[in-house]
Design a protein. Structure first.
Length: 223
């Protein structure tokens, strides 16, 4: 069997959309070659793609209008600590505004909800829910203690010698605002309690009273 022509960079490294390939000069015949998988309608997957979750998620948001990566997939992209059920499943979580139809396609777990402009950001070309919104979206499936660890990650002041930032990811007021915006969201009571506990931990001397629980919940990675 004839060896197919190599795909132009970066199409051969990660999933891409059918239209992106056409725009890059790839022929329709090449896109039908069996060396490319079709994980979802309008998307092609090279034989040895990158395993980075943001690269796998990107084309799904491109072909699904007005959508962003969210929930368990955003949890992985932001490298939150703790255990979230379903976060290691192969499906990609995507959200759209609740004025639109829920995303339904192969390889996707779709959600709809109310989104404010500052709750969606772009990371490496991928639209994704912000860290604070992702924290709230995960509340339904996580324990109060694990939500507390996530909130502490957002609130704590970084260590300049080890991190490429000088400010916390969020303030207590920003997390409280997120909760006030979305009253009635599943898991919001747990999130409120977690915020209270995280504020105590972030404001106290070296996590006094929280140290053992932080370690037990796998908070060694403090990025």
């Amino acid at each position: 069997m004839k060896t197919p022509r190599p795909l132009p960079t970066p199409l051969g490294l990660a999933p891409f959309t059918f239209q992106e390939a056409l725009d890059a000069g790839v022929s329709r015949r090449r896109l039908k070659h069996r060396s490319l998988d079709v994980p979802s309608r309008g998307i092609r997957l090279p034989l040895e793609p990158s395993s980075a979750v943001n690269l796998r998620a990107r084309p799904l948001t491109v072909v699904t209008q007005f959508s962003a990566v969210s929930h368990a997939t955003a949890f992985l992209i932001w490298d939150f600590p703790g255990y979230l059920p379903g976060s290691r499943a192969p499906e990609i979580h995507i959200s759209r505004p609740d004025t639109m139809a829920i995303p339904r396609r192969r390889g996707v777990i779709g959600h709809v909800g109310q989104f404010f402009d500052d709750e969606i950001t772009r990371l490496d070309g991928v639209l994704v829910t912000t860290r604070t919104r992702t924290w709230l979206d995960c509340a339904r499936k996580m324990s109060v203690d694990e939500l507390t660890v996530m909130a502490y990650r957002l609130l704590r002041h970084p260590r300049p010698a080890f991190e490429n930032r000088s400010e916390p990811y969020a303030s207590p007021e920003e997390l409280a605002k997120m909760l006030d915006r979305h009253k009635g969201t599943p898991g919001i009571r747990k999130a409120r309690l977690a915020l209270e506990q995280a504020r105590i931990g972030a404001d106290s001397a070296p996590r006094r009273g929280f140290g053992s629980r932080w370690g037990a919940l796998g908070c060694r990675n403090r990025n």
